[in-house]
Design a protein around this ligand. Structure first.
Ligand code: GAR
Length: 210
């Protein structure tokens, strides 16, 4: 129906370092017609990332850019930018991409880079957020989609979802409960962006009504 209004699918570039289940959720949302977008390239710093296999299965160009093939971080990021721009990417999505992006990259894609993190930020940034929440004794955990800035897991928050932490939880069971919410809110946040409904006011992101 949205296509009837003449909008073109937004061109998405996904950066992923691992399993790629969030990438899959995005692809599934597109294929189900819930998201007017197209994943035009998937790039990984890990040549063996499952995310690259998922991309290939869906006929999406899969690009491997291992950091150690470059003499420094700036050269690596320049290659990332070239690949994204070469595919005319409009919105960059970090989906389990385990590297920080530098100022140059973020300047080029201002307000056009999103990340998903498995905690209710600003609690538990960084690695193993689900383990951090469990070990801290939090009773509520969750996930956050946010715009990316130079800090680690610090940019303006777009959407969050909460899940309970159960007494019986292990890192595995809690991660699974959080992941189900990640797969729901990441495509939703992307949809808001593609529909031009996100407004940044200072650190606050407002979602305009449909
Ligand atoms: C997801 O849980 C994502 O939130 C997390 O990595 C996992 C990737 O899973 N990202 C971070 O921790 C970023 N700081 P996936 O490869 O199956 O999408």
């Amino acid at each position: 129906m949205r296509e009837e209004r003449g909008r073109k699918p937004v061109r998405l570039g996904v950066l992923a370092s691992g399993r790629g289940s969030n990438l899959q959720a995005i692809i599934d949302a597109i294929e189900a017609g819930r998201l007017l977008a197209q994943v035009v390239v998937v790039i990984s710093d890990k040549p063996r990332a499952q995310a690259l296999e998922r991309a290939k299965r869906h006929g999406i160009p899969a690009v491997s850019l291992p950091v150690d093939h470059f003499s420094n971080r700036a050269d690596h990021e320049a290659a990332l930018v070239r690949s994204l721009q070469g595919h005319n990417v409009e919105l960059v999505l970090l989906a389990g991409y385990m590297r920080l992006l530098g100022r140059g990259f973020l300047h080029i894609f201002q307000q056009r880079v999103m990340n998903i993190h498995p905690s209710l930020l600003p609690a538990f940034p960084g690695l193993e957020a689900q383990r951090q929440a469990l070990e801290y004794g939090a009773k509520v955990a969750g996930c956050t989609v946010h715009f990316v800035d130079e800090g680690m897991d610090q940019g303006p928050i777009i959407l969050q979802a909460a899940v309970p932490v159960l007494d019986s939880d292990t890192v595995g069971s809690l991660s699974e409960r959080i992941l189900a919410e990640e797969h729901r809110i990441y495509p939703e946040a992307i949809r808001l962006w593609t529909e031009g409904r996100l407004r940044l006011e200072g650190r606050r992101v407002r979602s305009l009504p449909d």
